[in-house]
Design a protein around this ligand. Structure first.
Ligand code: AMP
Ligand code: MN
Ligand code: MN
Ligand code: MN
Length: 285
């Protein structure tokens, strides 16, 4: 029996729309055996997800998606099996989340300048109880005000990096983030390395250097943002470099309609290699 495995998902604890419990229930409903909850820059949803997983019969891995940067370009890094109480990692995540909240005033002012009056409280209301507030919540606030129809329209018109509503924020250096994940006893896997134009940032040469010099553990190969060509090239590159090659949906609930839960899967062999490396580091499996 092969297992069905989806190792990149979000809950309302960051910019997904399902509670951790609802996420695990849906994972069971679509026939997944293993999921990882990988909220942006926070482990806050992990205890609820693991508890729900035990009740419902879905294995839940402790995961995180860290906001990092390389040469000023945004890069997302997945961490698996980390000790969620590891001090330096916890402190870095807190620093990123403070920067997330710190830019809300600039978003509100920018939208207001763009003739879409918006207050910080509108964004906070859209974010609910999330400790990790991001552009999707700004998008939700714009939807609530009736300025756009849905998140995708908000990004395409206003929030993408090349759009007038974009406000940058602090992110951790990529190499420092890999070190932090390793120090916290986890393994580091690049999320959607060639999604959304990042092919020119995370080139084959850069991925090779991260592998040999930083001990990068793997790359996401199958991801909704990767076309067939990217998948083939990344699969070959990962094989040549001895990287773990994963496949994941990047599920965000209603927040990303093209990313159904379980829509992409990680192979058993890759999952087992992840567990082996996490155990070697002393992390949580
Ligand atoms: P932030 O971390 O605040 O910069 O927001 C990044 C999040 O916004 C990502 O995790 C995605 O969920 C979402 N996102 C980024 N770019 C787009 C896009 N072009 N269209 C829709 N959602 C996007
Ligand atoms: Mn997201
Ligand atoms: Mn991402
Ligand atoms: Mn993600």
């Amino acid at each position: 029996m092969t297992m069905r495995i989806d190792l990149h998902t979000h809950s309302v604890v960051s910019d997904g729309t399902d509670t951790p419990t609802r996420l695990v229930l849906k994972a069971m409903e679509v026939g997944l055996d293993v999921i990882a909850l990988t909220d942006h820059d926070t482990f806050d949803g992990i205890p609820e997800a693991i508890e729900a997983g035990k009740r419902i019969g879905v294995k839940v891995m402790c995961g995180i998606e860290m906001s990092t940067q390389l040469d000023g370009h945004s890069v997302h890094l997945l961490g698996y099996g980390c000790d969620p109480f590891h001090r330096p990692l916890v402190q870095e995540l807190a620093k990123i989340r403070v920067a997330r909240t710190g830019r809300l005033k600039a978003f509100a002012e920018r939208m207001t300048e763009l003739d879409m009056p918006l207050g910080v409280d509108d964004i906070i209301a859209a974010a609910g109880a999330s400790p990790s507030i991001g552009r999707p919540h700004v998008a939700d606030a714009l939807v609530a005000k009736g300025y756009v129809e849905h998140r995708d329209e908000a990004f395409d018109k206003w929030l993408r990096e090349d759009r007038p509503g974009y406000v940058p924020r602090y992110a951790c250096e990529l190499s420092a983030a890999i070190d932090l994940i390793h120090e916290a006893k986890g393994i580091a896997i690049l999320a959607h390395p060639w999604g959304r134009g990042n092919e020119s940032v995370l080139t084959a040469e850069v991925i090779e250097r991260l592998t040999t010099e930083k001990g990068l553990d793997g790359i996401e190969v199958n991801h909704p943002d990767h076309d067939e060509r990217a998948r083939e090239l990344l699969f070959a590159l990962g094989g040549r470099l001895g990287l773990i090659r994963t496949g994941s949906s990047d599920y965000h609930g209603l927040g990303k309609r093209n990313n159904p839960l379980g829509g992409e899967n990680t192979r058993d062999t890759a999952y087992r290699e992840m567990l082996r490396r996490i155990r070697l580091r002393g992390g949580i499996v």
